[in-house]
Design a protein around this ligand. Structure first.
Ligand code: PLP
Length: 392
């Protein structure tokens, strides 16, 4: 039913920005959607379904156990609750009140702080920051670990990690103090090798989004790790009455995630990457000849292969990258690209991420951008380009 959004009255869009929740996250593979449809047709005991999911996740990650959650954020909530309350019914009932607990602090690198650490605080943890933001020294973690520390929460991101201790070093120091490490790897697929990597590096719990690289249900995620902690996470979540009850994964989500994960393990990831690259190169071919516009292909390499076309506009072009991004959102069909931010972002630039683009959409995007850039160059008046594009 491709026109369901038309019937409801919502405009569809071309997602050239990536696996962003607010743009729909990911498109499910047809096998996943079919499996969810089938799952919707019968009743099962949810715990028995989670037991099977645990086996599939354990095989895929090399971890002892796993569960399907209502997203990676839900995994952070359940993982934190599991570490705080364990399987003790009175502690589970008390969360997010941690006044009866000795250990309720979650240590995070300053470089890792982001909007998703709401999940830790929602479970009842108090976040304690370490490091300088741009760099962290081992003693800073060592001296922050004390008798109140419940966990270390580690954000896995090729960009943020430049300011943090490495995961193996973080795990080594935390484990010396008997403290578990919870890893947020929500957006770290692909590559598929990351399914097993963080465990090998010492993580006790890892969470992945089902609604990003796995191409599963948008409202699903994986929490995987030590069997004792997964057992505790399940007791701190749905269907039990607990702080994690709202992090529910439905039977359709669990089935959809299992099929998405099985599928992901069998996928030809090199072919995926080649496809993203071909789309990027098609657009580069059509956009590289404008004066004052530097077009290039960016790729974050083996650690996190996100394919992007970057266009940087010289002040002489009169093009304001921000306005161009907004204009594309009003194009018919709507095209959502992005203006990069952060320390590595080029001034007055836009990026097109092909990971979430459908076959053929590169032609529409190339044509729309070509027309918009040519039009602006015709009436070009040099603009004052600010020294930073941050804060927008
Ligand atoms: C997307 C994301 C999340 C949340 O994942 P959901 O599956 O949408 O809940 C958490 N952490 C990071 C770093 C993310 O990129």
């Amino acid at each position: 039913m491709a026109d369901i959004y038309e019937r409801i009255g919502v405009r569809r869009l071309i997602n050239a920005r990536g696996t962003h929740t607010r743009l729909g996250g990911t498109l499910m593979r047809p096998e996943v959607a079919e499996a969810m449809q089938a799952a919707a047709g019968a009743y099962v005991v949810l715990d028995e379904l989670q037991d099977r999911a645990s086996e599939v996740i354990a095989r895929a990650t090399g971890l002892e156990a796993g569960m399907v959650t209502g997203g990676a954020e839900a995994g952070l909530l359940l993982g934190t609750a599991a570490i705080l309350a364990g399987t003790d019914p009175s502690k589970i009932a008390a969360l997010p009140d941690t006044s009866g607990l000795t250990r309720s602090e979650a240590i995070m690198h300053r470089a890792h702080r982001n909007g998703y650490d709401h999940a830790l605080r929602a479970a009842g943890a108090t976040v304690v920051d370490i490091g300088y933001g741009g760099s962290t020294l081992p003693y800073q973690l060592r001296s922050a670990l004390n008798e109140r520390t419940a966990l270390v929460m580690y954000l896995m991101s090729p960009w943020a990690n430049q300011g943090a201790l490495s995961l193996p070093q973080t795990c080594e120091i935390a484990h010396e103090a008997g403290v578990p490490v919870l890893v947020d790897a929500a957006a770290m697929l692909p590559p598929a090798s990351n399914l097993t990597r963080f465990v090998a590096e010492g993580a006790d719990l890892v969470t992945f989004s089902g609604g990003k690289g796995l191409m599963g249900p948008q409202s699903s995620g994986i929490l995987a790790g030590r069997a004792d902690l997964i057992r505790a996470a399940r007791l701190n979540g749905s269907p039990y009455h607990s702080v994690g009850r709202s992090a529910k994964a439905a039977k359709e989500d669990i089935v959809g995630l299992i099929v998405a994960l099985e599928n992901y393990l069998e996928r030809d990831h090199e072919a995926d990457i080649a496809g993203w690259r071909a789309q990027a190169e098609y657009m580069l071919e059509h956009l590289r000849d404008f004066p004052g516009v530097a077009a290039s292909y960016l790729h974050d390499g083996r650690e996190h292969p996100v394919p992007r076309v970057e266009l940087v506009f010289d002040a002489s072009t009169g093009i304001d990258a921000h306005q161009l991004v907004l204009a594309m959102e009003e194009h018919d069909p709507r095209i959502f690209l992005f203006e990069p931010t952060g320390p590595t972002a080029k001034v007055n630039s836009i990026c097109i991420n092909t990971q979430t683009m459908q076959p053929g959409e590169e032609e529409i995007v190339a044509r729309a951008l070509h027309a918009a850039i040519a039009e602006r160059l015709r009436r070009a008046e040099p603009i004052a380009v600010l020294s930073s594009s941050g804060g927008r």
